[in-house]
Design a protein around this ligand. Structure first.
Ligand code: ATP
Length: 233
């Protein structure tokens, strides 16, 4: 579904992403793990067209998307839940969800919203509440629901567990598992390697802009180098 082939991304003179390649197949959860500053967000922003690679290619559903503008990618089936959620704080839950459907025909909004509410009953209870008054976990659910309103083929999640209490992290990962079981393909960027690798079919480890290891999630969880660097022993 997604093939990232040999990308190199720079911020001015800083070479942030170095010869990175990976792929996400239909129906998989794939995770990119790595420490602060390893290049995880830069990689996601390059896929979603906010940054550009100087080399290589990015293919999505068989099409080179390397020069497609970000707003067009949503219509192609690529949705991103950004780091820090970025929900529209002054708008209600329902209005935020409607914003996620801006590329969709009007007739799909109501049925999609019902699907999102079935996945996130908490959002349904709070549909008229202003998003700025939701808890961090609820805002994360709203950001995920908003992305799902565009009927994505691939859902990219940037650090969904960031800043959440452990119990909420568990809930968010349960939802990720449910979305996967319902057939959504997911690219998950996480600093919480333990949680990410335990739900992922496959994972890639990023270190200072390079992929240094890859394999099935369970294998990486058991890998001695991964344990030492990312799993606290
Ligand atoms: P984090 O979890 O902290 O967000 P990350 O793995 O997502 O980390 P990136 O944010 O992709 O890492 O950063 C990769 C590298 O690029 C880092 O060295 C970072 O300092 C640098 N970088 C990121 N954004 C910019 C920017 N706007 N200008 C210059 N350098 C940047």
């Amino acid at each position: 579904m997604l093939k990232v082939n040999n990308i190199n991304v720079y911020y001015g003179a800083i070479h942030a992403i170095k010869d990175v390649s990976f792929e996400v197949n239909d129906g998989e959860i794939v995770t990119l793990i790595g420490a602060n500053g390893a290049g995880k967000s830069t990689t996601l922003q390059t896929i979603s067209g906010l940054l550009r690679s100087r080399t290589g290619s990015i293919e999505f559903m068989g099409k080179d998307i390397g020069s497609v503008p970000p707003d067009k990618l949503v219509a192609h089936g690529l949705a991103q839940v950004p780091e820090g959620r970025r929900v529209f704080l002054q708008m209600t839950v329902e209005e935020n969800l409607e914003m996620g459907a801006f590329t969709q025909p009007a007739s799909t909004i109501a049925p999609n919203m019902e699907k999102v509410y079935a996945q996130f009953p908490r959002l349904k209870e709070r549909r008229r509440q202003v998003a700025g008054t939701l808890s961090g976990g609820e805002q994360q659910m709203l950001a995920m629901g908003r992305a799902l309103m565009s009927n994505p083929k691939l859902l990219m999640l940037d650090e969904p567990s960031m800043g959440l209490a452990p119990i909420l992290v568990e809930q968010i990962f349960d939802i990720i598992k449910q979305l996967h079981q319902a057939g959504t393909t997911i690219l998950l960027v996480e600093q919480n390697a333990q949680m990410a690798l335990s739900v992922a079919d496959r994972g890639y480890v990023l270190e200072t802009g390079r992929v240094t290891l890859s394999g099935p999630g369970k294998e990486l969880l058991a890998d001695e180098a991964v344990k030492k660097a990312y799993l606290g022993g």
